[in-house]
Design a protein around this ligand. Structure first.
Ligand code: 5GP
Ligand code: ZN
Length: 114
């Protein structure tokens, strides 16, 4: 199926290059970039190149492509401690209505914050 895109969606704009981003990895199905408001240094987002609001609506080929990219980011950053987060719906803290996986490094005290 052809990838869906929404002109008013900020993440669709990032995929199209209409909003600048710090790209980490790109595949046919996914785009990974640094979060603009990092919780910690290296905080990344992995998004499908298909405008889907919630994970249960996302076609499997996009879903299957996303986690290996999160894995590559964790490996490339040499992360030992990190969280993978994926929010669906306002009550669950989803702010951007385009599926995304957070890769959030957990630095130890001596590594400091951002
Ligand atoms: P949510 O709360 O929806 O799970 O997370 C949305 C994330 O998208 C937030 O961490 C926020 O900092 C990030 N974000 C929102 N707008 C932009 C943007 O224009 N560029 C980038 N790189 N990240 C964004
Ligand atoms: Zn979108």
């Amino acid at each position: 199926a052809a990838a869906r895109s929404l002109t008013t969606c900020i993440f669709c704009k990032i995929i199209k290059g209409e909003i600048p981003s710090f790209k980490l990895i790109e595949t046919v199905h996914s785009y990974a970039f640094l979060d603009i408001g990092p919780v910690s240094k290296g905080h990344a987002l992995v998004i499908p190149k298909d405008h889907t609001v919630k994970m249960h609506e996302l076609p499997d080929e996009y879903l299957a492509d996303a986690l290996p990219i999160a894995k590559k980011i964790a490996l490339a950053q040499g992360l030992e401690n990190y969280n993978i987060l994926q929010n669906n719906g306002r009550i669950a803290h989803q702010q951007v209505d385009h599926v995304h996986f957070h890769v959030v490094p957990k630095p130890n005290a001596t590594e400091g914050l951002v």
